[in-house]
Design a protein around this ligand. Structure first.
Ligand SMILES: NC(=O)c1ccc[n+]([C@@H]2O[C@H](COP(=O)([O-])OP(=O)(O)OC[C@H]3O[C@@H](n4cnc5c(N)ncnc54)[C@H](O)[C@@H]3O)[C@@H](O)[C@H]2O)c1
Length: 259
C-alpha cells in the first residue's frame, strides 16, 4: 500500500548549497516536495540543508556532477531513500572569465565538465528513475551568456550555449516518454558567483544595460524554475526562458539612445 511519503513529489537540485540552487530547494520545500540537495561543497551543503529545518524532507548528498560514478551513486541513493524523482534542476555551474587566448584547455574542460557534462550525466541517471512513475520535469540552468557572446566568456558562454541545445535534444527524446525539459537563462543575479567576477564597475554597466535596471535575486530565478516544473507548465517543452530583466530583449541597446 502506498504511504504518504511514496506520493510526496521529489526534486533533485544540483549546486544546492547556495545561491540559485538553495533558493530553488526552498521553493520546492515550500510546495510540499522532498528535496535532494546535491553539491561538491560538503560543509556548505550540510549547513544549508540544516538551515532549512525539515530534516525528514531533505537529503543532502555530496557529489560532483561531472563524475559519472558519483552521479550514478547519487541517483540510486535518491531512488532508494525517496523512492521517486519528479523534478531535476541541473543548476551546478562554474565560471572562468578570461580572455580567449589566455584560457587554457584545462580551464575550458573544467567549465564544460560541470556546466555541460554535469547536466548530461544527471539527466542520464535521474530520468530512468523519473520514468518509473510516468515522467517529470527537468530544468537546465543556462545563462544569458549562452545567448549573447561577450568578453571573457569563451568557455562559460559556449558551455551555456551548448546546454541550451542539449535542452532541446533532451526535450525531443524525453518528451514523448513523459519528461518535459526546459532551460532558464538568468541574467546577472546577486550570488557568490556574481560577487566573484563582477567588480563595482561591471555592476554599474549591468544596471545600465538591463531594462529593469537591477540584478535579479535567487528567489526570482527559483520562481521561473519552479513554474517550469509545475503542472502550470504542462505543455511547455524544449523552451528557454530568459529571467534577465529584459537584458536579452534589449539587443544592441546603444547607451546614447537609452539616455
Ligand atoms: N549568478 C549569476 O549571475 C548567474 C547568471 C547566469 C547563470 N547563472 C547560473 O546559475 C547557476 C547557479 O549559479 P549561482 O550564482 O547560484 O552559483 P554559486 O557559485 O553561488 O553556486 C553554485 C553551486 O554549485 C556548486 N558546484 C560547483 N561545481 C559543482 C559540481 N561539479 N558538482 C556539484 N556542485 C557543484 C558550488 O559548490 C556552489 O554551491 C550556475 O549554473 C550559473 O552558471 C548564474
Amino acid at each position: 500500500m502506498a504511504t504518504t511519503d511514496d506520493v510526496m513529489p521529489v526534486a533533485v537540485v544540483t549546486g544546492a548549497a547556495r545561491g540559485i540552487g538553495l533558493a530553488s530547494s526552498q521553493w520546492f520545500l515550500a510546495r510540499g516536495y522532498r528535496v535532494a540537495m546535491i553539491d561538491t561543497d560538503g560543509a556548505a551543503l550540510c549547513e544549508a540543508a540544516a538551515g532549512l529545518g525539515d530534516a525528514s524532507r531533505v537529503l543532502a548528498i555530496e557529489c560532483d556532477v561531472s563524475d559519472e560514478v558519483q552521479v550514478a551513486a547519487m541517483a540510486s541513493q535518491v531512488a532508494q531513500q525517496f523512492g521517486r524523482i519528479d523534478a531535476l534542476v541541473n543548476n551546478a555551474g562554474v565560471a572562468v572569465f578570461k580572455p580567449l587566448l589566455e584560457t587554457t584547455f584545462q580551464e575550458w574542460r573544467y567549465v564544460f565538465a560541470t556546466n555541460l557534462d554535469g547536466a548530461f550525466l544527471c539527466t542520464q541517471f535521474c530520468a530512468p528513475v523519473m520514468l518509473r512513475n510516468g515522467g517529470g520535469s527537468i530544468v537546465n540552468i543556462a545563462s544569458i551568456s549562452g545567448l549573447r557572446a561577450s568578453s571573457l566568456r569563451v568557455a562559460y558562454g559556449t558551455s551555456k550555449a551548448a546546454l541550451i541545445h542539449l535542452t532541446k535534444q533532451q526535450a525531443m527524446e524525453l518528451g514523448n516518454q513523459g519528461i518535459r525539459v526546459n532551460a532558464v537563462s538568468p541574467g546577472p543575479v546577486d550570488t557568490a558567483m556574481a560577487k566573484l567576477v563582477h567588480t563595482p564597475a561591471i555592476r554599474a554597466d549591468y544596471h545600465d544595460a538591463i531594462p529593469l535596471n537591477r540584478y535579479g535575486t535567487p528567489q526570482e530565478i527559483a520562481e521561473a524554475i519552479g513554474f517550469l516544473c509545475s503542472p502550470a507548465a504542462s505543455y511547455i517543452n524544449g523552451q528557454m526562458l530568459a529571467a534577465d530583466g529584459g537584458f536579452d530583449a534589449a539587443g544592441i541597446g546603444l547607451p546614447t539612445l537609452r539616455r
